[in-house]
Design a protein around this ligand. Structure first.
Ligand code: NAP
Length: 251
């Protein structure tokens, strides 16, 4: 890469987003680490700085608020320049029998997991269009490929994100912008461990790992390497795709 580009990673303070932030920074992007959790975002930006790479934390930002997103993107642009790579990673999970899902829980899941990427993508696309170069990677979920019981609200939000990916790829391909989605499957993060703790996995992480074709759980870095690849200059012919990273759990 000849000149440094800025990448924005939502939910960059934990799990998969943290690994993606580290990886893109190592690749040469200046990374805006955006997260609801301000301490977590700050910590990740500091870790990246200590590794000799560039990152700035944008903490306390809720992707489900258009106002907060617009304000954050304006300040990223002012301090780091145009945003040319976006990873829509922030998300919330949920387990509930379908007949017991409340309106509030449905609305929150859709607001964070689907409206969030809508707001953030609208906020940064003008930068990519102006540069005639952009990379968008949406972190969806393997549950939207195979379905997952007791997660209808979550699965619906992630299936929506896959649809959004495909439609955006068609509209912005002529602008030099690629849009792809990675649906992770069973990645060992605080979110997965919380699901395990609440007894929502139908067994422990290690037990599931033993039944996975590659015989291990995913690592956040597994998602980060695929994201890194999709953000490269050389990946310009890959758009509108679903790139599964799941140890063979879904094929
Ligand atoms: P995680 O460890 O819980 O990290 C998610 C991060 O996003 C947290 O720092 C969280 O902050 C932040 N966040 C939550 N709501 C937000 C909001 N409204 N605005 C801004 N930031 C927000 O989860 P993860 O496992 O790394 O998951 C990352 C993504 O991968 C999610 O979209 C998830 O659905 C997807 N995914 C994960 C797996 C898996 O196996 N782990 C599988 C399929 C898909 P707080 O801590 O303050 O909430």
């Amino acid at each position: 890469m000849t000149e440094q580009r800025t990448a924005l990673v939502t939910g960059g303070g934990s799990g998969i987003g943290r690994a993606i932030s580290h990886r893109l920074a190592a690749d040469g992007f200046a990374v805006a680490v955006l997260d609801l959790n301000a301490d977590a975002a700050k910590k990740v930006a500091e870790e990246i700085g200590e590794a000799g790479n560039e990152a700035v934390a944008f903490g306390g930002v809720d992707v489900s608020s258009r106002e907060q997103v617009n304000a954050a993107v304006e300040s990223i642009r002012a301090s780091m320049g145009p945003v040319l790579a976006l990873v829509n990673n922030a998300g919330v999970t949920g387990f509930r029998e379908f007949l017991k899902i409340s309106d509030a829980s449905w609305d929150k899941t859709i607001a964070v997991n689907l409206s969030g990427p809508f707001y953030v993508t609208q906020a940064v696309l003008p930068d990519m269009i102006a540069a005639h170069w952009g990379r968008i990677v949406n972190i969806s979920s393997s549950s939207a490929q195979g379905g997952q019981q007791y997660m209808t609200h979550y699965v619906a939000s992630k299936a929506g994100l896959i649809g959004m990916t495909k439609a955006l790829a068609l509209e912005f391909g002529p602008e030099g912008i690629t849009v792809n989605t990675i649906p992770p499957g069973f990645v060992d993060t605080p979110m997965l461990r919380e699901s395990e703790r609440r007894g929502m996995l139908g067994g422990g992480v290690e037990e599931h790992a033993g039944k996975t074709p590659v015989r291990r759980a995913g690592k956040p870095e597994d998602i980060a390497v695929a994201t890194s690849f999709l953000c490269r200059d050389e990946a310009s012919y890959i758009t509108g795709q679903i790139i599964g990273v799941n140890g063979g759990r879904n094929t």
